[in-house]
Design a protein around this ligand. Structure first.
Ligand code: ZN
Ligand code: ZN
Length: 276
């Protein structure tokens, strides 16, 4: 059973392909589950005053959800389509986020921290914000937001938990232990919230050159009994499930034997299968 629970599509403005293109590609490559999980519309910054092509306009959200459910029905028997959202955690906007999450019958919701204030730390156009900053302090701020995100209880899956490393800004080696403490605190928050964590393979193609999260964090998650799921974070149907063979092998090596899947926000575990 192959699954991919993290995908995007053209509505967000920085991905290509329709939802149906991803579903068809999923069938073609033999996925048993495909999770559609586009970005939540921007809430705390005005889209017209912000960087363009960040997320779907708010007005598109109902059409997105409707189309996802239509595809779920249409491809029943060929692939299990799951309807999700990659919902940002934005400190101070909890009420507004909750309103969006409660408005639709999601199969699952990924909780991701992209924003520290108005800085999207995952946007390549905004890396100048690192300049002149204490890298460790930014990491601290990021992981504090992750802990708060988990504490809201809004989310099923913790998205790319150490994405702060994406552009390879890393604190000095001398602070490694402190960084690990921040990471472990975030993992404990995920565990206490009863959340699943994703292994997001897209990091392999980024400047950090490793998946989100790191092997060390996966080992810690395994010790803590946090269930894992898998996502490619594809922004192009041709990249659907890219590197997920490596991701499955890594999870197996670390000690995981099951993966989490969702429907109607109820979790189920399926066997983790690896090649060979
Ligand atoms: Zn995206
Ligand atoms: Zn993300």
């Amino acid at each position: 059973m192959l699954i991919d629970y993290h995908t995007h599509h053209e509505r967000c403005g920085h991905a290509v392909g329709s939802l149906e293109d991803y579903v068809k590609r999923g069938i073609e490559i033999g996925l048993s589950h495909i999770g559609l999980s586009d970005h939540m519309p921007l809430l705390h910054v005005k889209p017209e005053e912000y960087y363009p092509e960040m997320a779907m306009p708010m007005a598109e959200l109902p059409a997105y959800v409707e189309e996802c459910f239509r595809l779920k029905e249409k491809y029943k028997g060929q692939i299990e389509v799951r309807v999700g959202l990659e919902a940002d955690y934005i400190e101070g906007w909890e009420q507004e986020i909750q309103t969006i999450l409660q408005a639709y019958p999601w199969d699952y919701v990924i909780g991701s921290v992209h924003f520290l204030g108005t800085w999207d730390i995952s946007d390549f156009r905004q890396t100048h914000n690192w300049e002149g900053k204490d890298i460790f302090a930014v990491y601290e701020q990021y992981y504090e937001a992750v802990v708060k995100a988990a504490g809201t209880g809004f989310y099923d899956i913790a998205g790319h938990l150490d994405v702060i490393k994406r552009f390879a800004y890393r604190p000095d080696r001398s602070r490694q232990q402190e960084v690990e403490e921040l990471e472990n605190k975030a993992l404990r928050a995920v565990q206490q919230a009863g959340m699943v964590m994703e292994l997001n393979a897209s990091g392999l193609s980024k400047a950090c050159e490793e998946m989100f999260p790191s092997r060390r964090m996966l080992e810690e998650a395994c010790r803590l009994g946090i269930p894992l799921t898998l996502g490619s974070d594809a922004h192009d149907p041709r990249k659907l499930s890219e590197h997920l063979d490596l991701a499955r092998a890594l999870l197996y090596e670390v000690g995981f034997r099951e993966l989490a899947v969702f429907e109607g926000r109820v979790r189920q575990m399926i066997p983790l299968e690896i090649e060979g």
